[in-house]
Unconditional design. Sequence first.
Lengths: 178, 103
Amino acid sequence: MAIPDALPFINLRWDDLLFLILSGVMVGSALLVVTLRDIIRCGLAMMVSFAALAGLYVEIGAPLVAAAQVLVYIGAISVLVLFAIMLTQTKAAPARLVFQTQALPAAIAAGVLAVLIALTVGATNWNAVSAPIRTGTAILAKVLFDQFVLPFEIVSVLLLAAVIGGIFLAKREAGDSI
Amino acid sequence: MSHSLDAYLILAGILFSIGTFGFLARRNAISMLMSIELMLNAVNLTILAFGAFIPALKVQGSVIALIVLAVAAAEATVGLSIVIAIYRNKKTPLVDEYDTMRD
């Protein structure tokens, strides 16, 4: 039996359904990241958000970036953030107030920003094509190591500098207790 | 819906706004860094959406997104080690108690 082109009854295409699910998971867990009281749970919700975003990258036709997203964000940055949380939490911190006093103005400002972006996007003609163009790994590698080889090398130097800087900043001085 | 640039751009705008709210409203320094990561991801989604829907930017979008990913990793490393270094001096992760430079 062949699978129908669209979801029966509500006439929703499968890729639209996938887009809705992934974006719902992403926005929902991003909201959890900024509102949850327990900061460890914030870090775990951030991992869920990054995973849903990797799914969106696949749907938009950038599979290599999605793989890099899983490796770098879920694999490295989230673990780094969780380690930093565990190093810096005192017992008293989670029970105290989570938000600054300017939380309400911040919420209003963020809402206004979202509305402004949506209005701008809606009012602009981007001359976009009607279906996402898939970027294969072969062509991406060709462009990355030919036209963009200088930025690539600069990024590798930057990563080396960040590693050395991170070690230097977080290094324990003689006599520190933590 | 998944075949329109507008949907992806509005989604990225929503994610960026959530990150902005988190950065402005949270008291914990690491929560603020996580909000910055959310904002960086929103920008990356925008770049990839433009790369996918505008033929002239086809491959460049993915290349720029990869470079942003690497720079975000470097930023997270340095940011978190700064937070740990401050925590070692002040014994608190809450940013509103970091007021040494106010005096």
